[in-house]
Write a protein that binds this ligand. Structure first.
Ligand code: CMP
Length: 139
């Protein structure tokens, strides 16, 4: 079933010049970008995006990192897009991520982990709406 997921190429990956490599991996896996935006998030924008993690000890540091430089925010569309993207990304902690995954290749540690991907259909819907009005999504 075709579905949509939200992906973010984080500031660490943008600084490493691997935007192209990451988008290539999405496309090779059959995940088609249907919306894409490069931006520097205000810290408040990152705080709103990660609101579910508000009580975690890493929340402030995570939001500082996510607003520290340009990111690329994308909607990816394809069969089983949510799981497919999570498989491509690998585990949250790059040290535990399978070989061949984006985080194993480009992540430095559990915080600077190169990419984000929605973890469920409900989160995907919320996260997509957080960054993109429906009229900005191509068909
Ligand atoms: P992401 O998939 O974007 O979702 C939440 C983010 O919080 C996660 O990737 C990491 O960047 C960060 N994160 C999760 N757990 C930790 C942790 N224990 N310490 C620091 N950052 C974390």
């Amino acid at each position: 079933m075709s579905e949509r997921t939200l992906a973010i190429i984080k500031p660490d990956a943008v600084k490493k010049h691997v935007i192209g490599d990451i988008i290539h991996r999405y496309e090779q896996a059959g995940l088609r970008p249907v919306a894409m935006r490069m931006m520097v998030m205000a810290k408040q924008t990152a705080e709103g995006f990660y609101a579910v993690h508000k009580s975690r000890p890493f929340f402030d540091s995570l939001c500082t990192f996510m607003s520290s430089g340009p990111v690329v925010v994308l909607i990816l569309s394809g069969d089983n897009a949510i799981k497919k993207n999570r498989d491509l990304m690998g585990a949250t902690d790059p040290a535990k991520a399978d070989k061949g995954t984006i985080r194993a290749a480009h992540g430095a540690n559990i915080e600077f982990n190169a990419v984000h991907g929605s973890d469920s259909p409900e989160t995907a819907k919320q996260e997509i709406a957080y960054f993109f009005p429906e009229m900005d999504v191509v068909r």
